[in-house]
Design a protein around this ligand. Structure first.
Ligand code: AP5
Length: 207
């Protein structure tokens, strides 16, 4: 199964992807995670991407398309994959269509106010990338990841100005993909504003 998970920043794409790919036994390909790792390792891609990411802007299409082309060529993608954060523009979707068939596109819908509240309270594990929320999904010990014991940090792009910029970029650049995939008959929309387990249940049912 080849799945795209779409939705605005804070919709819960990362949180849900981690759970459902474990159940489905397919790789979770998060372009945001790949870029953040490249940036912390100061690779040429990471150094280029960091400036865009910290300001809440999109990394140029050519870099992203090459990254995905290389990633989905790998052996673990033969039985399927879940893309989280790609495509984000029409040129990215068109490029993806040339390199892979897609079975389903799922959009997680949430209101902007919910997105802002979720992102402002997000805490991310510095080591394993697990996500928490200061109110809704809190770790057992404050500031410490339940899964690996790593330190929980606030992402650079989870500052208020960067959050608002990311939501604006989503409306301008990514929202057109909803019509694009609707016309192809691939789109399913799920209410992402509910409790985590309810959303997971609907996602699994739709897949
Ligand atoms: P990326 O990492 O993809 O960020 P994003 O799309 O902005 O999404 P987020 O990670 O912010 O939100 P999410 O939907 O995953 O929500 P989460 O599960 O964390 O991209 C970052 C940057 O990389 C981009 O801005 C861009 O610069 C660059 N980039 C990446 N891909 C690119 C591409 N293809 N092209 C160009 N540039 C690209 O949840 C958020 C919070 O809510 C957490 O605290 C979580 O614990 C909490 N939460 C989750 N679900 C629930 C729930 N049901 N109830 C209550 N709280 C919940």
């Amino acid at each position: 199964m080849r799945i795209i998970l779409l939705g605005p920043p804070g919709a819960g794409k990362g949180t849900q992807s981690r759970t459902i790919t474990k159940k489905l036994g397919i790789p979770h390909i998060s372009t945001g995670d790949i870029l953040r790792q490249a940036s912390s390792q100061k690779t040429p891609l990471g150094l280029k991407a960091k400036n865009y990411m910290d300001r809440g802007h999109l990394v140029p299409d050519d870099l992203m398309i090459n990254l995905i082309k290389e990633r989905i060529k790998r052996e673990d993608c033969k039985k399927g994959f879940l893309l989280d954060g790609f495509p984000r523009t029409i040129p990215q979707a068109e490029a993806l269509e040339k390199i892979s068939h897609i079975d389903k596109v799922i959009k997680l819908r949430i209101e902007s106010e919910v997105a802002v509240e979720r992102l402002s309270g997000r805490r991310t594990c510095k080591d394993c990338g697990a996500m928490y929320h200061v109110i809704y999904i809190s770790p057992k010990r404050e500031g410490i990841c339940d899964k690996c014991g790593g330190e929980l940090i606030i992402r650079e792009d989870d500052r208020k100005e960067a959050i608002l910029e990311r939501l604006e970029v989503y409306r301008e650049e990514t929202r057109p993909l909803i019509k694009y995939y609707e016309k192809k008959g691939l789109l399913v929309i799920i209410d992402g504003g509910r409790a985590k387990q309810e959303v997971t249940g609907d996602l699994l049912a739709s897949i």
